[in-house]
Design a protein around this ligand. Sequence first.
Ligand SMILES: [Zn+2]
Length: 180
Amino acid sequence: METLSVRCNHCGAPLQVSGSTRFVTCQFCHSSLEVKRTDTSIFTEEVAKIAQNTGKMAESLEVITLQNEIERLDRENAPEVAATQAKQLPAGAKVAGGLIGMIMMLLFTSFGLFFAISSSRMGAPFIFQLFGGGFALIGIIALVSIISKAVSSSTKIGEVSSYETRRAALVQKLAALAEK
Ligand SMILES: [Zn+2]
């Protein structure tokens, strides 16, 4: 069997390896070595070192990717977060306010309708029915606006909280990498 002389990449000791050997342990310093061949030369490289370097490189790439991701999230969501925090009433107060508004507008609308219908029944001039109808219409418009505001504010709160969840997950990953 053909044997080849190589030097340990770690301590420089001469080693004998067979032609087909890919991995060898140095008898002197016990480094794990990979035997590498080119057309003209043969040499060794420490396996642990290779793994370490690749690992470190992958890790730092991952760290950079995570940091970029967090920055991007912050940039994209900054206006939304600021706006939501600025007008954040306690959720309970908001819901109560919305409900009271809705009930008032419902009463307003029913009053307008009632006024229009009963004045028409009593044969009052048309202007009374118009008046009642106008009341009802205003009530309905206000009701729709209250509902749509409630829907849009709850969507915004949802978006912000999903941003916060995603950000927290990224930060956690980053912290896990830093601990390594
Ligand atoms: Zn060695």
